[in-house]
Design a protein around this ligand. Structure first.
Ligand code: AMP
Ligand code: ZN
Length: 462
């Protein structure tokens, strides 16, 4: 499988360090609000990656839950997002965290994302974080300011490796905006922050340096290494994390272990709105519930995401979602028709094998899901037998996660059609066959074919 590695800035053949198991870490949600569909695009991409890897390897997939320490600015200034969430809703930070974590996993499941093997919460791994900071302190990478323990990035060679050489210069320019006079270098970041003297934090812990809480970056390093060892095969996240969060994870992990932290950095591009960035903090975001309330199936959104390459920006619009909805419904209705045919034996194994190989080649080419979907459509539209088609679909769906063959995965019935079918059933009960026939004709015009069976009315799209 070929994957684009942000560190090398090129696509390269992926090989795990240890053939027995691929280790993969993904930055998880900050659970202070609902995940927006931009966040969910990143989790869909990561799920697709894990599914693809699992075709060839055993994979240990870890995704953390950030329930403390992520400040409003990724540069260690501003308030803790969890405390903001708590204040907004008049609840305890922990209640907020549990509520949004639960909601997050509901969305995750609705999108057919396979639950990671481990989903550690940051607040449950404070000891590991403190130990890591102690190690960095012993090695001379840290210094103390009035508000915390900081990492001295000038001491780490190759700090800008993930971004490129202009990185530190860029941060120097940015530092004029968010200036912290006590930092030795603009790129230095907090490993441990002290609780404020004048206010009580809801989440704080004792440490060798004083009561406080961990920095956001140290959380991911500590949890990733705790579950997956000091060198990971793959670390994923959205592109927004390259410059600061992941750059800092590398600096602190490699300084502590003297080993390469991550062999392949794989980043997903952003989902944007026509108006620009989708942001949780200004409340302008679209959630999975928003699109469900408009009558879309969460898998319509998964289909939309799979239609674009994970490394290209995707502009969200309801027109694009309508198109994804219609395509997925069209596919489901074709599958329903295939399933109705008498099941034959596989006759053309060579063509089937060839189509499966083409599909897998597309996936293995840095997750080219749109090409894989095109291979699927070509095969489904081809005159090959139903047994071959069903066999292909079963295999393809392991990668796509669209529940193509599940019983419950029938095409969605438009709400007006559901009302018409109910009205027709009523008419049939009353032996009003004229109304019943009129409604059948009306449904036909809507592209819906119905069949009366002893179990009731069955329908499919034309
Ligand atoms: P957060 O909950 O803010 O920590 O973000 C969770 C994940 O979503 C991270 O991997 C981010 O990089 C990613 N992310 C944030 N915004 C977007 C967006 N608009 N499109 C795609 N991914 C995003
Ligand atoms: Zn992270």
């Amino acid at each position: 499988m070929k994957l684009y590695n942000t560190l090398k800035k090129s696509k390269e053949e992926f090989t795990p360090l240890n053939n027995a198991e691929v280790t993969l870490y993904a930055c998880g949600p900050t659970v202070y609000n609902y995940a927006h569909i931009g966040n969910l695009r990143t989790y869909i991409f990561e799920d697709t990656l894990v599914r693809a890897l699992r075709a060839d390897f055993k994979v240990k997939h870890v995704m953390n839950i950030t329930d403390v320490g992520h400040l409003t600015s990724d540069c260690d200034t501003g308030a803790d997002k969890m405390e903001i969430g708590a204040a907004r809703e008049g609840k305890k930070a922990q209640e907020i965290a549990l509520f949004y974590e639960k909601k997050f996993f509901e969305d995750f499941a609705a999108l057919n994302c396979v639950r990671p093997d481990f989903t550690p919460r940051a607040s449950a791994h404070i000891d590991e974080m403190i130990k890591l900071v102690e190690k960095l302190e012993e090695k001379g990478y840290t210094y103390k300011t009035s508000d915390g323990i900081y990492y001295d990035t000038s001491k780490f060679k190759g700090y800008d490796a993930l971004v490129g050489h202009s990185h530190v210069e860029g941060l120097k320019a940015g530092a004029r905006v968010e200036f912290n006079a006590e930092k030795r270098n603009p790129s230095d970041f907090a490993l441990w922050k002290f609780s404020p003297k004048d206010a009580k934090r809801q989440m704080e812990w004792p440490s060798p340096w004083g009561v406080g809480f961990p920095g956001w970056h140290i959380e991911c390093s500590a949890m990733a290494m705790e579950y997956l060892g000091e060198t990971l095969d793959i670390h994923c996240g959205g592109v927004d994390h390259i410059a600061i969060h992941h750059t800092n994870e590398i600096a602190q992990s490699e300084a502590a272990t003297d080993k390469q932290y991550v062999r392949n950095w794989v980043h997903g591009e952003f989902l944007i709105l026509p108006a620009g960035k989708m942001s949780k903090s200004d409340g302008s975001f679209v959630t999975l519930d928003t699109i469900k309330a408009k009558g879309y199936n969460p898998l319509d959104y998964r289909y939309l995401c799979l239609g674009a390459h994970y490394r290209t920006q995707l502009e969200f619009s309801y027109e694009a979602l309508d198109f994804a909805h219609a395509s997925l419904n069209g596919l489901r209705s074709r599958i329903a028709a295939i399933k109705e045919l008498p099941l034959s034996a596989i006759k053309d194994a060579a063509t089937l094998t060839d189509a499966k190989a083409k599909f897998k080649d597309a996936i293995d080419d840095d997750l080219n899901t749109s090409k894989a979907l095109a291979v699927l459509w070509d095969f489904i539209k081809s005159p090959i037998g139903s047994a071959e088609k069903l066999n292909f679909l079963e295999e393809a769906d392991k990668f796509l996660g669209l529940s193509l063959l599940a019983e419950s995965a029938k095409a969605d019935l438009p709400p007006q059609a559901a009302a018409l079918i109910a009205k027709r059933e009523e008419a049939r009960k009353n032996k009003d066959f004229k109304t019943s026939d009129d409604i059948r004709a009306e449904l036909d015009k809507m592209g819906i074919i119905i069949k009366d069976t002893p179990k009731g009315t069955e329908w499919r799209l034309k």
